[in-house]
Design a protein around this ligand. Structure first.
Ligand SMILES: [Ca+2]
Ligand SMILES: [Ca+2]
Length: 343
């Protein structure tokens, strides 16, 4: 700067203008377990998808047509208002964070407490040896949050976590920090995943747009499951299994791995006709999911998921005691300013 004072004088007002025009983004908040949260502003969005089988076939030509006929629960598209700011985990909860939670709380994950274990990958495991033809071996006591069979570092997303485990983590953090943590609702999750987009993915409509944005079932994974090679995202994303969280580019709101890496439990029960009920209300304000149900929703796809099932609108679900090599979580932190308004 000192070498070119005249140039600096010319540029300085422009820099000041740019700084004023940029939206004020609060710094990420880091909690006692090292999880980082970014603030998500309140707002409205269109939730769900009504893409026709013909339109989906054009985008996902490798998939058989029947795959496009089982998506009725993604519609109708309906307007949702998220009425309060909130903070969402910038990343999925990691192995290291979960390990610290267990050490400090004494909590025993469901897979350990009930003695049945979780699922895991083994190179010589044959899916035909499982009654359900499952892609992974389990349940077996040697598999758990600490061991999904494939190597994981402390910064990889934790797996083999049940919905009840997620509840226990949120409850313990809320109690020890005096803040309100919970799983996001399904609406909050999709709002944050889309980050203002209406395309199949926050990176665009084309599955190729996910390159560099998501750890999915790619050529590296297909080497272990060659019968699904045609469904793999072409090329290598560098990770045959889970990737360290934040390895891929974030969406427009600063959130990493909303598509892929691990599926993420959300708070809601799943209901096939729930969106139709919401659409009948006009704008749904902070929908909480059906009052009752048998299965909890998970979102976003995983390292073992074809791009089609990692779409922003795609819904999947499991019994809340399910623990699996592909399923993890991210937490939501309620906004303290919003909480003060309540009081
Ligand atoms: Ca991958
Ligand atoms: Ca994810």
């Amino acid at each position: 700067m000192s070498k070119h004072p005249a140039l600096y004088l010319l540029i300085a007002p422009l820099l000041l203008l740019a700084a004023c025009a940029a939206p004020r983004q609060p710094q990420p908040f880091e909690n006692s377990l090292g999880m980082r949260f970014v603030q998500i502003p309140a707002g409205e969005f269109l939730m769900g998808s009504e893409a026709s089988p013909e339109a989906l076939a054009q985008v996902f030509p490798a998939l058989p047509r029947e795959r496009f006929l089982k998506l009725a629960d993604e519609g109708p598209v309906h307007r949702v208002r998220i009425s309060r700011d909130f903070w969402l985990g910038q990343h999925e909860v990691t192995v290291g964070q979960f390990r610290r939670f267990l050490a400090r709380s004494g909590y025993r994950p469901e897979s350990v407490a009930d003695g049945t274990g979780g699922y895991g990958w083994r190179a010589d495991y044959d899916p035909a040896s499982s009654p359900r033809g499952d892609a992974f071996e389990g349940r077996r006591p040697e598999y758990s949050w600490a061991n999904p069979g494939f190597p994981q570092g402390e910064d990889h997303p934790v797996t083999n976590i049940t919905w009840h485990d997620a509840q226990a983590l949120a409850a313990w953090l809320s109690q020890t920090e005096g803040r309100r943590y919970r799983l996001p609702t399904e609406a909050e999750w999709e709002y944050a995943c889309r980050a203002g987009t209406r395309t199949h993915f926050s990176s665009g409509d084309d599955p190729q747009s996910l390159q560099g944005h998501a750890n999915l079932f790619d050529a590296d994974s297909a080497r272990h499951w060659p019968k699904w090679a045609a469904m793999a995202l072409p090329g290598s994303d560098g990770h045959a299994f889970t990737a360290p969280v934040g390895s891929f580019a974030p969406n427009a709101w600063g959130l990493h791995d909303m598509h892929g890496n691990v599926w993420e439990w959300v708070a809601d029960w799943h209901g096939d006709d729930y969106y139709a009920q919401l659409a009948a209300q006009g704008t749904a304000v902070d929908p909480q999911g059906p009052a009752e149900g048998t299965v909890r929703v998970r979102r976003g796809g995983s390292w073992h998921t074809w791009a089609f099932y990692a779409r922003s609108a795609y819904r999947n679900w499991n019994d809340p005691s399910t623990r699996y090599t592909l399923v993890g979580l991210r937490l939501l932190l309620e906004d303290e300013a919003e909480q003060k308004k309540e009081r």
